[in-house]
Write a protein that binds this ligand. Structure first.
Ligand SMILES: [Zn+2]
Ligand SMILES: [Zn+2]
Ligand SMILES: [Zn+2]
Length: 137
């Protein structure tokens, strides 16, 4: 799907900046931090970038890729995500060599049993190790 179509499908107006930010996600193949995005976008206004990421997240285009590091990263959602159904319960993989974080969309986060009185809303799972690019080096 083209970036314009992704924006339209999620009820966001197509603007050059949104298209640009989204294209970075679609071509990255990994999770991106706001620092990564700022580096790519050079002179982008931080507030505008922050708002763009926030609306992308609200509309189900990107999700937080929690990877156990202090850096907040975002990754592109699967096709089925929308404003109303936004579950990205797959494992995130953090590579210790290249320090990139990847969505392992085929690997589901297992259900964990909660003790009485606790009700789970979201489960995040991070696996760290060496990714398939680095393992060849
Ligand atoms: Zn999502
Ligand atoms: Zn790696
Ligand atoms: Zn993910």
């Amino acid at each position: 799907m083209s970036t314009d179509n992704i924006l339209k499908k999620h009820n966001l107006r197509v603007t050059p900046f949104r298209t640009l930010v989204l294209s970075l996600f679609t071509s990255a193949g990994k999770a991106l931090s706001s620092h990564d995005l700022e580096t790519e976008l050079q002179d982008a206004d931080r507030i505008t970038l922050y708002r763009t990421l926030k609306s992308f997240e609200e509309k189900g285009i990107i999700h937080k890729a929690i990877d156990g590091t202090i850096t907040q990263k975002y990754a592109l959602c699967e096709n089925e995500c929308s404003e109303y159904h936004h579950h990205d319960e797959h494992v995130h993989f953090h590579c210790e060599k290249c320090e990139n974080t990847f969505c392992l969309e085929q690997v589901f986060v297992p259900r964990v049993r909660m003790p009485d009185g606790f009700s789970a809303k979201q489960t995040n799972m991070v696996v760290s190790g060496v990714c398939d690019h680095c393992v060849l080096d």
